[in-house]
Design a protein around this ligand. Structure first.
Ligand code: AKG
Length: 299
């Protein structure tokens, strides 16, 4: 019998949860309903066309080839690589607050959860747009890693042709690696690649249907290929962490982004951290050492 819209998806069962801890990721088919996906796709369209202004704090990031004038975007939506940090957009933030999503997140990180990052990734056609294999923990000042998880939901069919997500199963058992600037001609800002990952790493391509959602560990090596289809490849994503996480970077704390509690006590409350003895991670140990390739420096 087809599932009714008001029925709650079964989410993550015990076997799926075991897979998550063994492989570093798990795909939950059909987790989110088409009606919600349509709302988020329309919101993207409204923002990139200028009909709705970006919410405060939202980054509307152009693809590097468009911003350098190498490719002329055929439509406004084809210029945009991603919208980042949509916690102040009440429509898109509905993703990070979605009950079915949070039920799965809660099984992985525990009952008290805050949102630490959000993105709508648009991956336009006709540009390079590759995202090298990397580990998301590089970007996050919170620890422990086991209490952080990414959710990534296909907003349409994603496959090898349009640049689906690629993962290296089991790689979450390794350490956080140093990352480097890719020596590619056109790489989007802060798309760094993990050092020492050979081209022969055992990758799995995650071909997904709209609403399918992959949850993955912040140490899992993952990335995505070029979009060789004629259309944008859209996915919506957020990272979540347990409110028990501490702030670990030697730099920062005090004045923080609006990390909002989404599950557990005090939903809507903003998380804050003071400086303290647990700040023992130097992010410079992992960030690229050399300069990024300068535009026009290609041989
Ligand atoms: O959706 C993609 O193409 C990859 C996104 C990703 O890996 C990231 O932003 O960390």
């Amino acid at each position: 019998m087809p599932r009714q819209p008001e029925q709650r998806h079964a989410g993550l069962d015990d076997e799926m949860l075991r897979d998550y801890w063994e492989q570093g990721y798990v795909v939950v088919p059909g987790l989110l309903p088409e009606a919600s996906l349509a709302v988020w796709r329309e919101r993207l369209e409204a923002i990139v066309s200028g009909a709705v202004p970006p919410a405060p704090g939202m980054l509307v990031m152009k693809d590097v080839m468009v911003s350098r004038g190498v490719v002329a975007a055929a439509a406004p939506r084809e210029a945009i690589a991603k919208l980042q940090d949509f916690e102040n957009d009440p429509v898109l933030w509905g993703y990070a607050e979605h009950e079915a999503l949070l039920d799965c997140v809660e099984r992985i990180v525990g009952r008290e959860v805050f949102g630490l990052h959000s993105m709508l990734i648009n991956k336009p056609p006709h540009v390079d747009g590759r995202h090298p294999l990397h580990q998301d923990l590089l970007y996050f000042p919170f620890r422990p890693a086991e209490r952080i998880v990414a959710a990534w939901t296909a907003l349409e069919v994603v496959n090898r042709e349009n640049g689906c997500l690629v993962v290296v199963p089991g790689s979450q058992r390794g350490p956080l690696r140093r990352h480097e600037n890719m020596q590619w001609e056109h790489v989007n800002a802060a798309y760094w690649g993990a050092e020492g990952v050979g081209a022969d790493a055992a990758r799995v391509h995650l071909e997904m249907r709209p609403g399918d959602t992959v949850f993955f560990h912040p140490l899992l090596l993952h990335g995505s290929g070029r979009n060789r289809s004629p259309d944008c490849r859209r996915a919506i994503s957020a990272h979540f962490a347990s409110t028990s996480c501490h702030f670990a970077w030697r730099i920062g704390a005090d004045d923080m982004r609006p990390y909002k509690v989404v599950r557990g006590e005090g939903v809507g409350r903003r998380m804050t951290w003071g400086r303290g003895p647990q700040q023992d991670v130097d992010p410079m140990d992992y960030l690229p050492k050399g300069p990024a390739r300068a535009p026009g420096s290609d041989a």
